[in-house]
Design a protein. Sequence first.
Length: 148
Amino acid sequence: MVLQTLEQCHNQYPTIQTKIDCTLSEKASVMGNESLLKQAFLNIIQNGYEALAEFQPANACLTVRLHQVLKPFKAVTIEIHNNGPVIPPDMMAKIFEPYVSTKTVQSTDENQGLGLAVTKQAIEAHKGKLVCKSNEQDGTTFFVLLKL
């Protein structure tokens, strides 16, 4: 599902490099609401591509890593990383709140700023965790942990 969503988004941004690192077995499957999880991953991936397209850093790249964890419990980790602009430190505490956006071009869309709030709710509804780290050295990475 994550890779299908990535492909869908990449088709809109063909000039941005995309990397995939996947070590999941074919048996790794998260039980839950597929459309809700797909929307959650679409929000994160789309935001990453939009940030890269807006700021156009040299060697713009979106990287998705999918790995299986076996201890202390069976889970899958999904990391979505972009080497574009960082999220300002004063915004980090607010990015999962409704109607908060880091986009420099504000839209008249009444739903702008809901994506990460919806994403966090969707992940947590599946007993998962969503964390974001963003700094000048590493770029921005969203970490998702979902139990298998």
